[in-house]
Design a protein around this ligand. Sequence first.
Ligand SMILES: Nc1ncnc2c1ncn2[C@@H]1O[C@H](COP(=O)(O)OP(=O)(O)OP(=O)(O)O)[C@@H](O)[C@H]1O
Length: 467
Amino acid sequence: MSRLDDGTLSIVEDSSDAAASARGAHLFLVLESLKPLAPPVRISLSGVAQVVFGRGSSRAIGRQQLGNPIQLSVRVADPWLSSMHARLTYVLRRWILEDAGSKNGCTVQGARQTQAQLEDGDIIELGYTFFIFREELPHDVGDPMIFEAPAPDQRIGKLATLLPSLERGFSRLASVAKSTVSVLIEGETGTGKEVIARALHEQSERKGDFVAINCGALPRDLVEGELFGYRRGAFSGATEDRPGLLRSADRGTLFLDEIGDLPAPSQAALLRVLQEREVRPVGATKPIPVDLRVVAATHRPLERMVEEGTFRADLFARLAGYRVELPPLAMRREDLGVIMGTILRELAPERAASLEFAPRAARALLYYPWPGNVRELEKCLESALVLVGEGTRIELEHLPVAVQAALTEAGTGRRPAEGNAEREKLVGLMREHKGNVAAVARTMGKARMQIQRWLKRYDIDAESFRK
Ligand SMILES: Nc1ncnc2c1ncn2[C@@H]1O[C@H](COP(=O)(O)OP(=O)(O)OP(=O)(O)O)[C@@H](O)[C@H]1O
C-alpha cells in the first residue's frame, strides 16, 4: 500500500510497489488440471539456487536440505509427472528450466523445450500442472518463501490472491471495513469491484443494508429524486413521499457503482450529503440525518476526469479515502487457479471436488486474454459445467470458441496476447508523446511510476522516443 500525492492510500498492485521492499523472481503453481481445487502456491526464488520438480504421493513443496544455497523441491501428485521431471536453475543471473529426463516433457509458452531460459510471465507446463514464472515481482522481504492461497473459510468474502501486494491490500481491507472511511474501487468491468464492496459491508458489522446503485443507469432527470428521495408534490408525478436510495442505506453501506457517470449537478448534491451527513429530499424543507458508509466504483479514469474538469475534485477527495485498484484478469494470470477454484466451488458445490480440466482446456484457459475479466471467466465455467452434464472432466470443446482459439496462440510459443496488446498501446502513446512519461500517464489516467514499471516490464526504452 502506498500513500499517493493527494494523501490517500492505495493498494494498487503496481502502485504499491513503493511499499514492497524488494523485487525478486517468483514461481507460481497456478493450477493442477486434475485437481483444480488444490490450493495454488507462490514460491519466492530469492536466494534459491535450484528447484527440482517431480511426482510425489502427495503435494510437498519445501527445502531439500538446510543451509545455503537453497535447493527447493516441488512434488505434486500429478500422474503425468515423472519422479524426476525438471530442474530450474539460477545460472549467470538467468533462470534456466531443463528437462530432467521426463517421460512427458516440459512446455514453456506452449512450446516443447528440453532447455529454456525463462522470461517474465512465462507459462510452464510440467505434466498436467501449470506454473507461471515472474522475474521481478515486487514483494516484501518479510513475505514467506512458500505461500499457499488461503482456504475459502480464511478469506474476506471470496477475495484471494497470490500476488504479494494485492494480498497485502486484501488483508488490509478487513481493518478498513471496520472504519467508516470511504473506499474507491477502480478497475475494468468484471474485475470484481462489487465483490470487494460486498466484502467490505460484510466485514463492517454495520447493521443497515448494502444498497447498490448504478449511477450510469439512473435516468438523468430523475437522479436526484432517486438518490435523495422527494416529497409528495415536489414535481409532477411525485404522488407520494419517497425516501430515496441514500436513506435506504442508512446505517449500512452505499455502493455507488459507475460513479464517473454521475452528472455534475448530482455530484454537487452528493458532495453536500457526504459533508453534512444529511439528505434533503427534493421538495423538503428540512434535511434528514443519515449514517452512511460509502463505497464507490468506477471503470473510468477518475483522476483524469478531475484534471479535465468533468469530475469534481472535492468529491473525488471525499470518495477516495482508501483506494483499491483491481488489475485486469490478464494482468493477474497467476490468480487464475485461485479464482477458478472459487468459482467452481460456488457454481457446483456438490461436485466441485470431483471436477477436472483436460490439459488442453486448462491451457486455453491460461492463455486466453479475458477481456471481460472475472465475469467472463465465470460465464465460461458456468456454460462449461452445463455442457459437461453428468461428467466430471471439462474438455476443450466445452469452452467458448474464443477461449478454445487461445490454444493456437499457446502453440506458437509467444507471450500471451494481452502482453502484446498492452505493449503496442504503450509504444503508440510513447511515440505520440515523444517519450514524455508524465504525459502518457495523464492520458492513461495512471500514476507516472506505474508507466515506468510497465516500460521496464515490456523492455521499452523511453529515451529512444525523445530523439
Ligand atoms: N475473486 C473472485 N472470485 C470469484 N468470483 C469473482 C471474483 N471477483 C469477481 N467475481 C465474479 O465476477 C463477476 C463480476 O464481478 P463484479 O460484479 O464484482 O465486477 P465489477 O468490477 O463490479 O463489474 P462492473 O464494473 O461491470 O460492475 C461476479 O459474478 C462475481 O461474483
